[in-house]
Design a protein around this ligand. Sequence first.
Ligand code: GLN
Ligand code: ZN
Length: 763
Amino acid sequence: MLTHSLGFPRMGLARELKTALEGFFAGTVTPHALQGLAAQLRLRHWTAQRDAGIDLVPVGDFSFYDHMLDTAALFGVVPGRYNHAGGPVELDLYCRMARGGQDARGDVTALEMTKWFDTNYHYLVPEFTPEQTFALTGDAILQQAAEARAAGFAAKAVLPGPATFLMLGSCAGQPFDRLALLPKLLPAYCDLLARLAATCPWIELDEPVLGQDLPTGLLLPFRRAYAALAEAAGPARLMLAAPFGSIAHNLAFTQGLPVAALHVDLVRDPTQLALAAKGLAPQTALSLGLVDGRNIWRVDAAAALARIELAASHLGPDRLMIAPSCSLLHCPVDLDAETGLDPEIRSWMAFAVQKCREVRLLADAAAPGGADRPEVAAALAENRAAWESRRKSPRLANPAVRGRVADISVDMFHRPAPYAVRAGQQRAALHLPLLPTTTIGSFPQTPEIRQTRRRFRQGQLDASAYEAFLKTSVADAIARQEALGLDVLVHGEPERNDMVEFFGEMLDGFCFTRNGWVQSYGTRCVKPPVIYGDVSRPGPMTVAMAVYAQSLTPKPVKGMLTGPSTILAWSFVRDDQPREVTRRQIALALRDEVADLEAAGIRAIQIDEPGLREGLPLRRRDWETALALAVDDFRLTAAVARAKTQIHTHMCYADFGDIVPAIAAMDADVISIEASRSRMEPLAAFARDGYPNEIGPGLYDIHSPRLPSVAEMADLLRRAAAVIDPSRLWANPDCGLKTRTWDEVTAALANLVQAARRVRAEL
Ligand code: GLN
Ligand code: ZN
């Protein structure tokens, strides 16, 4: 059984690529030095994978920014605004497409960025025109393949397949005929495959769209395309990979295709194994994605071996390959770098390097007589012991939490009064004008704030000095908001580095890695907390700070929490129980915080849920159930509040298409959303679906250093008031202000308050 990897983390163990790229963007690192580092990292990662026992190492998984952008560059898909005359996309143009640019050559926006399936990775959206043409204009992957070969590696070239590349692209935000582009794109792919075949024994095309609902019209073109691609690959063997989802509903796409291998994600859906196996052409191998490429837990070797046995009973052992479920891009590099973790919890984990070893172990153990080899037997015993220790660990189960979950009753999901009644009581309690103004939570994280937090974390500053500093910062934020004339204030979040980590650190059942970085987009990495056990709240988390902030002003100050779906979406979640069970526990812990905030006199509480959409399943028909569960957990968190306590929520995206009914079901009194860049367009969905509660569309694009004028924001508010009853409208920025400077924020918020006053006077 051949072992292979679908991709490895790109950044390097010490995030070397991030540092180099940032230096390159700032002009302190030369293109030559950047390329040199990239080559070093590739070599290091191939070596690590081979040493861990991977037979076919991936080539083409490395990227300076993103693999979809790489594919666009490879096939010459460059939007007109970059004034590209054709030919190869050089690094400079590549960076402009990734990040936009403002210089003598003009002012161009970047490609749009959005989530890669249900991961936390963001890809750049290829932009097509209806007349789009394609040609093989790039050679990065060819060069890397040559590099791997020269270094003596058996390589598998990997890149997004043509269906995924087209289905994930956009055409000026308009519907367009993707299928019509396929015949034009195919020759360019064939061209590439023919050339890759000279250096790579294997070529993998990733088609994660196979896990989604696909247009039936794609079926024949897809099958024809893959027949042509397999032929173009010639002597190289073509693998079709479907990570992240189940292909059980799309078997017609893969059945009998003349490819050398089909890769399926058995972590996501083990039940698709038999179905996928049955539909294979006789010469096609099945690649079993058995090691979770998206989480940090060890594989359960016994369970995985049982799956291999089942697959072998269908296909025989010679037609099987073993791999992680998806690219390891979505997990940290090496557990050996984690020296601060609790040893027991650490023994349950595996990062990218360890996952490659697990793949090897499974292949070795499944080979005839393999499990009897002493080193294999020892590794299997170690795996079993780790799982046993995990299953039996008293740190996992907290009977009190279990009991509380079991005792949840229906009334706990319902506020004490309907919105109409609550709204009246809240208006009276909070003394709000029409079009009340507020912000989303964070204020500028000045270098002083970041540095002080760092010093406190490193033990250079004691708790009381740190608390005094935070209080000064909160008092400053309150004074500034009062001076600006905002109606509902916030404390500014100076104590929070990250909206999930902050809560994770105060909840039981979480732990933190030192170096568990995962690429989010481009140079940005995140270090998700690890949820290993039942979640509970040892004590209040935000109450003291909220109470302090409220003591400084007669205006209402919002308590500020991160919601259960967001905490779940942005963490590595335990895999020994359904995700929903974990989220319910988080919801109960947050519910107690809501109750404590209210009891301490806080009159408005915001529960941020920017992560609500993220975990949604690949197939639309599964959305309803998934959303209903997520909504329930928000309600469980919030519904403990009295009628006159105003519950806010916040989501920073503009794509609300089908989810407005679910958002309405959350029954927050007020939601703030991102809307400035799309000029209030998302409000149409809220108006169409009769969203009943209050809504604050963002008027200020906080991602940009640009200062919006009073007239501009007043205009946006008027547009909003044309679709949403002004008695239910709020005025606020798109998101938190932590990345901006005080100068920018002060000027923008002054304009925002003016704009609200102006439009208020017109109503
Ligand atoms: N309250 C958070 C803040 O203002 C919300 C951040 C977010 O939505 N991403 O920073
Ligand atoms: Zn936001």
